[in-house]
Design a protein around this ligand. Structure first.
Ligand code: ASP
Length: 313
């Protein structure tokens, strides 16, 4: 697969599993069956490209773990440091793609493109979207000027803060909400729409400890009839922080707020996000909870966990 030159920049593909590597019918398939070399072989247009492949994991991404994230972040950093590597593609499941994207963004904030891609249909489906998504991801990873952690699906390039799986079965399942995509890929050309994602990297040192010891941050949902039982259970289980998925602009049921105040009183940071998808919590709604701003509850959990890991919560 190797053949590197300036006209044909080297891209490293890291496989982690997901439907893109799945086999079976559109609903009854098993994710994470096919290795990266077979995924590449299914895309004739990738044949002349300079590619390297490495299998990091082979999981259904609903089962993504902190341990896999630690290995993945280290391998991504390793390949990014190689001057001959133009960019990296990560094949992933759709279910937690947005979490892995945000995690890598915060830890590495890379100056080269790190492009996650996935598929809503397995390669055995009549509507398989994996081959085109993989081709688009390689195109973007080799694109001069592209940078940051990006996700490519259905011709749209999403940033790590905004990207979200919005629909559970549709082929066009991913959205950047009100912000919109960062770029489009049309006929093999990248059309930029917004600046590439950038930020301050926490660095791999943040991940030095055993993932089993990474701080527990729980996510709770505010809903009609809720009480504080889950909050108290999480505190008793040793949670170090909490994210509440509030209603509307991050508002929280009074019964839940009472329990969250008890958690804060014993030193836990509590962040407020929203059940609404596609937009941020605006301003600082009533009460003493920190706003998660643009972050979805799942991404706010990652952010708070990383801050606790680096003692900056
Ligand atoms: N459950 C699969 C996964 O996330 C779904 C997919 O990839 O589309 O690995």
């Amino acid at each position: 697969m190797q053949n590197k030159s300036k006209a044909n920049p080297l891209v490293v593909i890291l496989g982690t599993g997901g439907t893109i590597a799945g086999a079976g019918d559109d609903v009854g398939y098993v994710a994470g069956q096919v290795g990266v070399p077979q995924l590449v072989a299914a895309v004739p247009a990738l044949k002349p490209r300079a590619l390297e492949a490495e299998q990091i994991a082979q999981v259904d991404s609903k089962d993504m773990s902190h341990a896999i994230w630690q290995v993945l972040a280290r391998r991504v950093a390793h390949h990014l440091a190689r001057p001959e590597v133009a960019g990296i593609v990560i094949t992933h499941g759709t279910d937690t793609l947005e979490e892995t994207a945000y995690f890598l963004h915060r830890v590495l904030a890379p100056a080269k493109p790190v492009v996650l891609t996935a598929a809503m249909r397995p390669v055995t489906s009549l509507q398989s979207d994996g081959p085109q998504n993989l081709l688009d991801a390689v195109t973007l990873a080799a694109w001069a000027g592209a940078r940051g952690v990006l996700s490519v699906l259905n011709g749209r390039v999403h940033g790590p803060v905004e990207v979200r799986k919005a629909l559970p079965f549709a082929l066009d399942a991913f959205s950047s909400g009100e912000a919109g995509p960062v770029a489009l890929i049309q006929e093999g050309q990248v059309r930029g729409l917004r600046p590439w994602p950038a930020g301050d990297a926490l660095g791999l040192e943040a991940l030095a400890t055993d993932p089993a010891a990474w701080p527990r941050v729980g996510i709770l949902v505010s809903h009609a009839g809720v009480d504080g039982v889950v909050v108290d259970a999480l505190v008793a289980a040793g949670a170090r922080g909490l994210v509440v998925e509030g209603t509307g602009n991050g508002t929280v049921h009074a019964a839940l707020l009472e329990a969250l105040a008890r958690a804060q009183a014993v030193g836990l940071p509590v962040w407020r996000s929203t059940r609404c998808t596609g937009a941020a919590v605006v301003g600082a709604p009533e009460g003493a909870l920190t706003s998660a701003g643009d972050l979805s509850p799942a991404k706010a959990r990652i952010e708070l966990m990383l801050r606790l890991l680096t003692s900056a919560a």
